[in-house]
Design a protein around this ligand. Structure first.
Ligand code: DAH
Length: 339
């Protein structure tokens, strides 16, 4: 009996099948009620008492091995039929490659987070805009150079439909629908008809902030700007405001921060001035409020706008703007996001 079981064990381990029916026939031959193993089980009662234990264990082993073998022969065909015969499920898995966030997304989130802490909420608008939202409502005179073909992409040569050249258009969209208090931050992509070089691109990204309420003053603007600069570039950062001009703000200013590369001592990056420009801002021109149906005698507001590429440049020292849109993994993989 023992020898018989041993030879069956060897036989079973070498079983092969060419198709599913072969495997089923083997199951009938070995495992069915009238099969080889059942017959052995029946014989078990004739085994002498002192061998019962050993033979019993061997019989169980034979039964189990046979079941496993025939099962695996069957599976081999099932997998082949479902087209997965090459799958080796015993192989160790590869580590999952995680992507990284785009540097512009990281910086956009950071800017938005800072303003959210000041009570601003996100607002978005369309990239294909009309003249009213991009220019007219924002107090651009009919012959303002920013409307020039050189700057603006027009859709199908229609002078009324443009790709927005700045996210200030979202200001109008929100103010037309909402009475103050308005406290929004508008991130988005903008387009300008510029030759592409390391320092200019035909599309880039901006974040606009707008706060309109009763008694909003230039001091509020300055405080928000200082808070933003310190949160973004570190607590030692200083700011300065220079008078400037934008059609939609009066008075208008540009903000510089102390150069975060040399700490204000002067270096090639800040052209040895110790300061770098980062955004435009001002008090919303009363004409703009009135254009949007907000009473400029009751309400006042401030606005500011900045380029995300510029801030990213300062944070990560990316000198060539084109890197942001080329999708070169060697560049992108250097950015790991905390988000
Ligand atoms: N829209 C301006 C630009 O694209 C940036 C800007 C300047 C936005 C001053 C503002 C602002 O809200 O007050 O250059």
């Amino acid at each position: 009996m023992i020898e018989k079981i041993q030879s069956l064990l060897a036989e079973v381990s070498n079983l092969t099948a060419k198709h599913t029916e072969d495997a089923e026939n083997l199951r009938v031959k070995y495992l069915s009620k009238k099969g080889v193993i059942s017959a052995l089980m029946d014989d078990f009662r004739n085994v002498p008492g002192d061998q019962k234990r050993q033979v019993g264990m061997m019989l169980n082993e034979l039964k189990q091995k046979t079941q496993e073998k025939i099962q695996s022969l069957k599976e081999q065909f099932e997998n082949a039929e479902s087209g997965c015969s090459d799958l080796d499920l015993s192989r160790t898995s590869y580590p999952v490659a995680l992507g990284t966030r785009h540097p512009l997304s990281i910086v956009r989130e950071e800017i938005c987070d800072i303003f959210k802490r000041l009570g601003f909420s996100i607002a978005e608008g369309p990239e294909v805009e009309d003249d009213w939202h991009v220019f007219s409502s924002l107090n651009f005179a009919e012959d303002h150079p920013a409307r020039d073909m050189q700057d603006t992409f027009f859709i199908q040569n229609d002078p009324q439909i443009v790709l927005r050249t700045h996210t200030s258009s979202v200001q109008t969209r929100v103010m037309e629908k909402t009475q103050p208090p308005v406290r929004i931050i508008c991130p988005g992509r903008v387009y300008r008809n510029e030759a592409i070089s390391y320092r200019a691109h035909c599309f880039f990204h901006q974040v606009e902030a707008l706060y309109v309420d009763k008694n909003v003053s230039f001091a509020d603007l300055k405080q928000a700007l200082l808070f933003f600069a310190k949160e973004m570039f570190g607590a030692d950062t200083k700011i300065r405001l220079r008078p400037s001009y934008f059609p939609f703000t009066e008075p208008s200013a540009e903000m510089d921060i102390s150069c975060n590369i040399c700490g204000g001592k002067g270096c090639p990056f800040c052209k040895h001035t110790g300061w770098v420009e980062i955004l435009g801002c001002g008090m919303v021109d009363p004409n703009v409020l009135d254009n949007c149906g907000i009473d400029s005698k009751v309400y006042s507001g401030y606005a500011l706008g900045m380029g995300i590429e510029r801030i990213t440049n300062l944070k990560y020292r990316v000198k060539d703007l084109r890197l942001f849109s080329e999708n070169d993994l060697r560049f992108l993989e250097q950015f790991e996001s905390a988000h």
